[in-house]
Design a protein around this ligand. Structure first.
Ligand SMILES: [Cu+2]
Length: 465
């Protein structure tokens, strides 16, 4: 193919190159590495500059950088990506450098950073550096602080990392679409003093949400409330990495919320305190103990604990609909209804009726329901004692003795010391003492009111909110 460049002489080419040369253009673009895996990559330890404990990104990775004089240079490429949200389900999202979310950017307080952003999307974009203190013109608000980055263009952002802390990046251009498609990433700025707020393990993830109909691959971007995929770093349980921790380690977990609702993140087995927000470090005198941390919309929270109790500790959003995957059909509540006789009667009225959940919905955790391709079961995942009956925003903090420093490999399920697991009572149960109800006293059967609800609409409740 003949390019325009083919027609102009080398002298003209040189003149052209000179005309566009500026601070950044003089240097060759830094490499833009791409990631093809959705599993946690080892942390990137600093090779020069102040020492710090690097973060690990759940189901993610840290963007390598290069030094150019005293500038730390990164290259982000905004592009369509295919993200495996959990084994058996892939989503066609937009992200950065091969994945959604994009790679985590790590720097040190005082660093001069230069971030190249190349747009390979079909529409314009920008990147806003959430929580960052920087010159107004580097803030990344399309139309307000800069022209939009058109498809094919590369823009350069330059600033000095004024303070350490927990930040994120996302577009400030066609946000409804671009954030609903998965465009976001984490930024961690480490303190210049390696001893300040030092921890042994530092986990990061973003809370995000999608509406992807069963069998579909692309999120519906106009949805405001009724999402059905509640994810951490665009992964849902059982696809979310475990947080592997060595006994005795001081641990930090940093979360940012780019969904449209709050998420009370609850961790079992410990109490802890928020030590950092996107506004900065929380002074010790201002902290209080919690076991759930509510992460508001558009905010970041980091909490810390000393991992002194080994075990498999659940960590999850406490909104129970957020620990489930997509439901593609109407689900009615049949709790308390004995469906054995009822099912026959209903099947006459409703041929496609499937009796489900007469004793709760737990049976769905084991049941192999017929599902469309590329659709995750609503509740799934197995532990050493059986089905965990979860989906969505759920993972496990695995605190173990005897693993190496910075070893994040899955140690398997916790081996509970003898006598420390809840156990079945095997004594006499037939005549367990129980107070009689009024109807039982009168020797009548308890009254149960039955209502048959015909699943008329196929387009009913799709998700959880
Ligand atoms: Cu939630």
């Amino acid at each position: 193919m003949l390019s325009r460049r083919g027609f102009i002489g080398s002298a003209a080419l040189l003149a052209g190159a000179t005309a566009i040369s500026g601070r950044a253009q003089a240097a060759r673009l830094p490499e833009a590495p791409s990631m093809d895996k959705a599993t946690m990559q080892p942390p990137l330890f600093p090779k020069s500059g102040p020492d710090y404990q690097p973060v690990v990104t759940l189901n993610g990775w840290t963007l390598p950088w290069r030094m150019n004089d005293d500038w730390k240079e990164f290259h982000l490429v905004a592009e369509p990506v295919v993200r495996e949200m959990a084994p058996g389900m892939k989503a066609h999202l937009w992200g950065y450098n091969g994945q959604s979310p994009g790679p985590t950017i790590e720097a040190v307080e005082g660093d001069k950073v230069r971030i190249y952003v190349t747009n390979k999307l079909p529409e314009h974009t920008t990147i806003h550096w959430h929580g960052m203190l920087l010159p107004s013109g580097m803030d990344g608000v399309g139309g307000l602080t800069q022209p939009h980055i058109k498809p094919g263009q590369t823009y350069v952002y330059e600033w000095v990392m004024k303070k350490s802390g927990t930040f994120m990046y996302h577009p400030h251009a066609d946000e409804m679409v671009q954030m609903a498609m998965g465009m976001m990433g984490f930024i961690v700025v480490h303190p210049r003093d390696p001893k300040f707020m030092r921890v042994d393990r530092d986990f990061v993830f973003l809370l995000n949400a999608y509406l992807i109909d069963p069998g579909a691959y692309v999120p519906k971007v106009t949805e405001m409330t009724d999402f059905n995929m509640w994810s951490w770093n665009s992964r849902t349980f059982p696809g979310i990495d475990h947080l592997v921790v060595r006994k005795g380690d001081r641990v930090r977990v940093r979360m940012g919320n780019l969904t449209m609702t709050n998420h009370p993140i609850h961790m079992h087995g410990y109490d802890f305190a928020v030590t950092c927000t996107d506004g900065g470090w929380v002074p010790e005198s201002a902290r209080w103990p919690e076991t759930s941390i509510d992460v508001p919309v558009g905010a970041m929270r980091a909490f810390e604990f000393k991992a002194d109790v080994p075990g498999d500790w659940a960590i999850h959003c406490h909104k129970s609909h957020h620990t489930m995957n997509a439901m593609g059909h109407e689900v009615k509540n049949f709790i308390g209804v004995d469906k054995r006789d009822l099912a026959k009667a209903i099947t006459k009225l409703v041929p496609d009726y499937m009796p489900m959940g007469s004793a709760g919905m737990a049976e769905m955790g084991e049941m192999e329901m017929p599902l469309p391709d590329n659709t995750l079961p609503m509740m799934t995942g197995f532990g050493q004692f059986g089905p965990i009956e979860m989906g969505g925003m759920f993972s496990v903090v695995k605190v173990r003795e005897g693993i190496g420093a910075n070893d994040y490999r899955d140690p398997g399920w916790y081996k509970h010391p003898e006598g420390t697991v809840a156990y079945e009572y095997t004594g006499e149960v037939a005549d367990a003492p129980r107070r009689a109800t009024k109807s039982e006293k009168n020797n009548k059967k308890p009254a149960v009111e039955l209502k048959v609800i015909k699943p008329a609409s196929k387009s009913g409740h799709r998700g959880h909110h």
